[in-house]
Ligand binder design. Structure first.
Ligand SMILES: Nc1ncnc2c1ncn2[C@@H]1O[C@H](COP(=O)(O)OP(=O)(O)OP(=O)(O)O)[C@@H](O)[C@H]1O
Ligand SMILES: [Mg+2]
Length: 371
């Protein structure tokens, strides 16, 4: 099976690494001008039609690892080859207004929000919702980019200019106990499997640590998250891996933050920590193969390597540490690698996380809700 992947970053690289044992071949179509997958065939997409034809001639089906793509491009591809998940999933997930409307329609709680198209409207929304609020561009955001926290309505003008986008979503700032995510996989036949939820630690809007399974997660909370994501998967007639980021509040309740129609950084722990990784399960789903067991083998923590790398030998000297490097150049804020750490108990795992963080020049201190 020749798999076409829209996008050519580290997520595509890890998809290919999971697909080679299944004898899959990969052709990437990069729309950013900066492919980093470093594996398979990489084609640079320009508006030239023969290029798209060349890509389509090489592949049996198409998936993606990046959702900030022109929907018209994905629709055009869909007319010629199967695309999983569909262009409809991209259309909804690349736009925070569409995404929130779907959460509302399915009864999935979210922070209260308003849509604004002018600095004055932003100020009015900040007053109405009560500060602090978070303003986010409706499209194109990632790693906390295109966002501003507004602590006083008077800051609205500056926030509007700094984001520089014609349409924003303004959300009440959630005083969460922790951030969590749920990853699920839906097969072509509608079968759904769920990974154990992960706790995600962000610093300055960038994911730094993901840990799963959680030592203190109530079964009913996992069940609620499973129900939310199943509703989304079914509503979108989705095939593949879907990720839902959530806030957990003091009363134990969950509120949806955003979703990603693809394999996700908060699921990288599954490469070494789960029976079947999110990457393998995505490939199984889109090819109509049986889905694999999502159970965790052991408590696992994923540590992101951002900006500057650590010494590989030092990191690999930690027992049951697994280093995944993306072969990218160092640059502030850039995701370069991750380390998966496994341990039989959460106490031992946290010890390893501290040892690992001390070896990474830019790693902030970790702090999990259950410590
Ligand atoms: N309403 C909110 N209340 C409190 N914190 C928030 C809120 N919205 C966002 N944040 C914080 O900012 C982080 C990034 O926000 P969000 O997930 O919306 O952006 P993003 O840029 O799409 O991130 P990514 O694509 O990397 O997941 C969240 O993980 C959370 O830590
Ligand atoms: Mg996010």
């Amino acid at each position: 099976m020749n798999i076409g992947v829209l996008g050519a970053g580290q997520l595509g690289r890890m998809l290919a690494l999971a697909g080679y044992p299944l004898a899959n071949r990969f052709t990437f179509l990069d729309t950013t001008g900066h492919p980093s997958a470093g594996i398979g065939d990489v084609m640079l997409y320009t508006d030239q039609h023969h290029l798209l034809d060349d890509f389509l001639a090489k592949v049996d089906l198409v998936t993606y690892e990046f959702e900030h793509l022109p929907v018209a491009l994905v629709q055009a591809i869909e007319e010629q080859k199967p695309v999983y998940p569909s262009s409809e999933a991209i259309r909804v997930c690349q736009n925070r207004a569409e995404e929130k409307a779907l959460f509302d329609r399915l009864g999935i709680p979210t922070p209260v929000y308003r849509l604004v198209e002018h600095a004055d409207e932003l100020e009015a929304a900040a007053r109405e919702l009560g500060c602090p609020v978070v303003a986010k561009s409706v499209t194109e955001g990632y790693d906390g980019k295109g966002q501003a926290v507004i602590r006083d309505p008077a800051e609205a003008g500056d926030a509007w200019r700094s984001i520089g986008h014609p349409r924003l979503i303004v959300e009440a700032f959630v005083d969460f106990v922790r951030e969590v995510s749920i990853i699920a996989v839906r097969g072509r036949d509608g079968q759904v499997v769920f990974y154990p939820m992960a706790e995600n630690v962000h610093v300055d809007g960038i994911l730094r640590y993901s840990l799963a399974p959680l030592p203190d997660l109530d079964d009913t909370v996992q069940q609620t998250a499973d129900d939310y994501i199943r509703a989304l998967l079914d509503a979108l007639d989705y095939v593949g891996v879907l990720t839902l980021e959530l806030f957990q509040t003091r009363d134990g309740g969950l509120m949806a933050n955003e979703m990603a129609p693809r394999v996700h950084n908060s699921g990288h722990w599954s490469i070494d920590g789960a029976v079947t990784s999110q990457f393998e399960n995505h490939l199984r789903a889109i090819q109509g193969l049986p889905l694999g067991d999502t159970a965790a083998r052991m408590p696992t923590c994923m540590v992101n390597v951002i900006g500057r790398e650590g010494d590989s030998a030092d990191l690999l000297a930690i027992p049951d540490a697994h280093l995944h490097r993306y072969d990218k150049g160092e640059r502030p804020g850039r995701k370069l690698a991750h380390v998966n750490l496994l341990a039989p108990t959460h106490a031992e795992l946290l010890e390893k996380v501290r040892t690992c963080a001390a070896l990474l020049p830019e790693a902030p201190a970790s702090r999990f809700s259950f410590e």
